[in-house]
Design a protein around this ligand. Structure first.
Ligand SMILES: Nc1ncnc2c1ncn2[C@@H]1O[C@H](COP(=O)(O)OP(=O)(O)OP(=O)(O)O)[C@@H](O)[C@H]1O
Ligand SMILES: [Mg+2]
Length: 305
């Protein structure tokens, strides 16, 4: 299965969250590929703690591949190449976790017919080789979004299952922006239909993930004044109404990731040790990531909205 990670704005939590989802699925035994199609800023390796590719690879990465300069984009075996000490001890039952980085110095670019064919070849190959392929897409209505909409509408990809996760923060601007990315005239649904997708099928394949959400009920906030608690509650409810009005309400949300200091500052994978041993991460955050990772392939969350 292919999972496209999109967001309208930058800095939404798209990479940090989707890398954690990839990690959770690999821990659960799936073979997982993480493809960095954030062409303007391919920094996903930082989240996996792979210093050699922090800002893209110096070898031939995804930019070189899509431009036809190499037949095979470079791969990073995360379990072996990460500097994260806990990740290097790959758990017994885990699946492969392979990062496909962009090129250092590569930028945004429009792909022509040949680039599109190469993109299709890559997605088909990865879908055959991995249980799950997570594709981190440049923010907004980007070339990357266009390319994968066109690729997945192509007859060669007719039988490849795909899903979309649209990440946004829990603020008014982000709610409106995420709704626009999906629902506005040439958004993911409209643009997808223009490229040959069936509207209902595409709509049913899209879910939203709210990232870095302060939970007014959480003990983290229990030290505040009653006035602050009531105010937070009111803001939360107002945002829920706004999201529902913009057709991104609870029924199309796959999960909510709490505001988490170690995601905020460390921008890395949360491990069980972070929660149980060093206790620097909140249990609720790890549970939220585990739950979203499970729901990713659970069909009961992917009926027709
Ligand atoms: N659950 C969270 N709680 C707190 N902070 C978070 C959380 N998730 C992400 N962040 C913070 O948000 C920032 C942006 O996250 P991330 O880089 O994943 O977003 P992005 O949408 O991929 O951004 P870009 O468009 O720059 O690629 C990170 O630097 C991290 O500090
Ligand atoms: Mg990112």
């Amino acid at each position: 299965m292919l999972v496209f990670a999109a967001s309208d704005k930058g800095g939404t939590g798209r990479s940090v969250t989707s890398a954690n989802l990839a990690y959770q699925r690999a821990l659960a035994g799936d073979h997982v590929a993480y493809v960095d199609f954030d062409f303007g800023s391919p920094t996903a390796a930082a989240v996996f703690d792979v210093p050699s590719a922090m800002r893209g690879t110096e070898e031939r990465g995804l930019h070189s591949y899509l431009e036809g300069e190499t037949a095979e984009p470079v791969r990073i075996d995360v379990w072996r190449q990460t500097e994260h000490p806990l990740l290097r001890a790959r758990p017994n039952q885990s699946g492969r976790l392979v990062l496909f980085p962009g090129d250092a110095g590569g930028g945004e670019f429009a792909t022509g017919e040949e680039g599109l064919e190469r993109c299709i070849d890559l997605l088909l190959r990865l879908n055959g080789e991995f249980d799950l392929t997570v594709v981190d897409l440049s923010a907004g209505r980007s070339y990357a979004v266009d390319m994968v909409l066109a690729a997945t509408a192509h007859p060669r990809m007719r039988n490849v299952p795909f899903r979309w996760l649209v990440f946004h923060r829990w603020t008014r601007q982000h709610v409106i922006a995420a709704s626009g990315l999906v629902h506005k005239e040439h958004g993911i649904i409209g643009g997808g239909v223009e490229r040959g997708h069936d509207e209902d099928t595409l709509r049913a394949a899209i879910r939203f993930v709210r990232a870095a959400v302060p939970d007014p009920e959480s003990p983290l906030w229990s030290q505040g004044s009653p006035a602050q608690a009531a105010w937070m509650q009111a803001c939360d409810e107002a945002l829920r109404r706004l999201a529902a009005e913009h057709r991104i309400g609870d029924s199309v949300v796959l999960g909510v990731v709490p505001l988490e200091p170690i995601l905020q500052w460390r921008e890395q994978l949360i491990t069980e040790e972070d929660v149980l041993a060093t206790q620097i991460a909140n249990k609720e955050t790890l549970e939220a990531l585990e739950e979203i990772a499970r729901r990713l392939t659970d069909d009961s969350y992917w009926g027709r909205p």
